[in-house]
Design a protein around this ligand. Structure first.
Ligand code: NOJ
Length: 545
């Protein structure tokens, strides 16, 4: 990778779910002060940038993805001055900062939505959102059959009889991106934060902003969706018009010095559709969820890697790789099932079978080494580097994710991957909050959380944390890694082996048999012991060749 390559083509970006990362003020919720105090940790881990989940003023109906004011920081997390200080300090550590931006919807407490409610039916204020009369006698039926991603109808009726659209919770009304005010407002918000030094944005629901103006019913019925792979024009997901918005945003980014970059959270049917987000003049990068959704199977992984690289390189964009985030079951637990099925797009992941965390951890180590050896950038979700498992047994009384209520208590939602991080000690809050704190962490930590803490793992050469530290250090110093290309090497079924030039080979053994390593000059890193030149099942190795 040349030193003139833009940073975002090969960056390792660490995702900070701020309410669960580090609590600086002792209220049991993570905040900017806590994050600032842990910057040396992130520096020593060796990441290039932070993606910070929404920190804006919010009633927190969806963990901050219901934003009431994009130019204010929620008091739970700090102030705009704190954010500015964080950005400056991170930059001093050579770490870039990318906040989330949430353009598909606002909070129902946002001034625009409050004004729309007050102004009433037919008013210009309502045109910034998607208000419609209902169907059926007295308009008592929703305007169409769209469903909320959290369950139930995507429409809520107001006392005055009109309905408004929310693809997520009722507290998250969808904006109308046919309205010029919405475009102008978001470009102004981008400038507000760019001028405070942020290095880019992660764009929430980037594929959802534009709706078919006719708001036609979904066909086939929503229950049948998600089974077919292949693009069918959809009334609200991944419509071509959405790219016009991002071409304008890219120009806004160019108004500022330095390499500011966008990453799209775009769920697309095919790698071709995903690549459309990162064509020249569009966004810089997009999460590649196909990798996260792949089964633990060499053939499936190889297909995903090949398809992703082919489509993205056709438009000149780098790939990004991600194993976990705040919306999905942590991969240590996903991989802890003997058979890891391919995830069905648009459906919640419901794993089957007994949980073997030793197995999950072994595979998670190998997966991390695979991900960090592939061409392009990579995302680490906080706690991945500690090998945290999903907390699958949170008591029902503490569940906060809207999925839980909206699904009629059938889907426990995403809280299990959002449990506050263990830093040190043997009892809760495990260093998450300051020592003299009486407030409990906003989600309870398991009693054995200390086994995974940063303190426990630091210096233990066999720990997940030291594996990540070493991998990131090697990656940073090795010109073969990061942006670039790769070549598959011949290997038996079940073994992934590829070369990156100059002089680097990664091998991952997903077969049931030990695999004899190809010729090499040295082993740079291995996810477990390599004996007699044999790589055991579910292990990975980086070789100098
Ligand atoms: C995607 C975010 O990652 C998720 O956490 C959120 O609930 C939805 N978008 C709605 O904003």
């Amino acid at each position: 990778m040349s030193s003139t390559t833009p940073w975002w083509r090969s960056a390792v970006i660490y995702q900070v779910y701020i309410r669960s990362f580090a609590d600086g003020n002792g209220d049991g919720v993570g905040d900017i002060a806590g994050l600032r105090s842990r910057l040396p940790y992130l520096k020593s881990l060796g990441v290039d940038a932070l993606w910070i989940n929404p920190w804006y003023q919010s009633p927190m109906a969806d963990g901050g993805y219901d934003v009431a004011d994009f130019r204010a920081i929620d008091p739970l997390f700090g102030t705009v001055a704190d954010a500015e200080q964080l950005i400056e300090e991170a930059h001093r550590h050579q770490i870039r900062v990318i906040p989330d931006i949430v353009p598909n919807h606002t909070s129902d407490q946002h001034v625009w939505f409050q004004a729309a409610l007050a102004a009433g039916s037919g008013s210009p204020e309502r045109e910034r959102y998607v208000f419609r009369p209902g169907r059926g006698p007295d308009g008592a039926e929703p305007p169409n059959n769209w469903v909320s991603c959290f369950g139930g109808p995507a429409w809520t009726r107001l006392p005055d009889g009109e309905w408004y659209l929310h693809l997520y919770a009722p507290e998250q009304p969808d904006l109308n991106w046919q309205h010029p005010d919405v475009h102008a407002e978001f470009e102004s918000i981008l400038r507000f934060w760019f001028s405070r030094g942020v290095d880019g944005f992660r764009i929430d629901v980037a594929h959802g902003l534009v709706k078919d103006p006719e708001l036609p019913d979904l066909r086939p019925e929503p229950a049948d969706e998600g089974t077919a792979r292949g693009h069918v024009e959809h009334p609200h997901w991944d419509r071509d018009e959405v790219h016009d918005i991002y071409r304008a945003w890219r120009k806004v980014a160019h108004e500022f010095p330095g390499d500011r970059a966008f990453v799209a959270e775009a769920w697309a049917d095919t790698p071709e559709r995903l690549a459309a987000y990162v064509r020249p003049g569009g966004l810089h990068t997009a999460f590649n969820f196909d990798f996260l959704m792949a089964s633990w199977n060499a053939k499936d992984l190889r297909t995903v890697i090949d398809d992703s690289l082919a489509m993205l390189s056709a438009v000149g964009a780098p790939a990004t790789w991600v194993l976990s985030n705040h919306d999905v079951m942590r991969h240590t637990s996903r991989y802890a099932r003997q058979t890891v099925a391919r995830w069905v797009p648009n459906e919640r992941y419901q794993p089957e079978g007994p949980v073997d965390l030793e197995l999950g951890t072994r595979r998670a180590r190998a997966a991390a080494m695979l991900m960090l050896a592939l061409p392009g950038g990579a995302y680490i979700y906080q706690g991945d580097e500690l090998g945290l498992p999903e907390v699958e047994d949170l008591p029902e009384t503490v569940l906060q994710d809207p999925f839980w209520e909206r699904s009629g208590h059938t889907d426990r939602g995403r809280d299990g991957c959002r449990v506050p991080i263990p830093w040190s000690g043997t009892t809760a809050p495990f260093g998450f909050s300051p020592e003299d704190t009486s407030a409990e962490p906003w989600l309870p930590q398991p009693a054995n959380w200390g086994e995974h803490s940063v303190q426990t793992q630091t210096g233990d050469e066999t720990s997940m944390l030291e594996l990540y530290r070493t991998a990131l250090r090697l990656r940073r110093g090795n010109p073969a890694l990061g942006d670039g290309s790769m070549t598959w090497l011949d290997a038996p079924a079940g073994v992934l082996a590829f070369r990156r030039d100059p002089g680097f080979v990664c091998v991952v053994n997903l077969s049931g048999e030990p695999y004899r390593l190809p010729d090499h000059t040295s082993i740079l890193l291995s996810s477990g012991p390599v004996e007699d030149g044999l790589l055991a099942t579910d292990h990975a190795v980086w070789l100098a060749v």
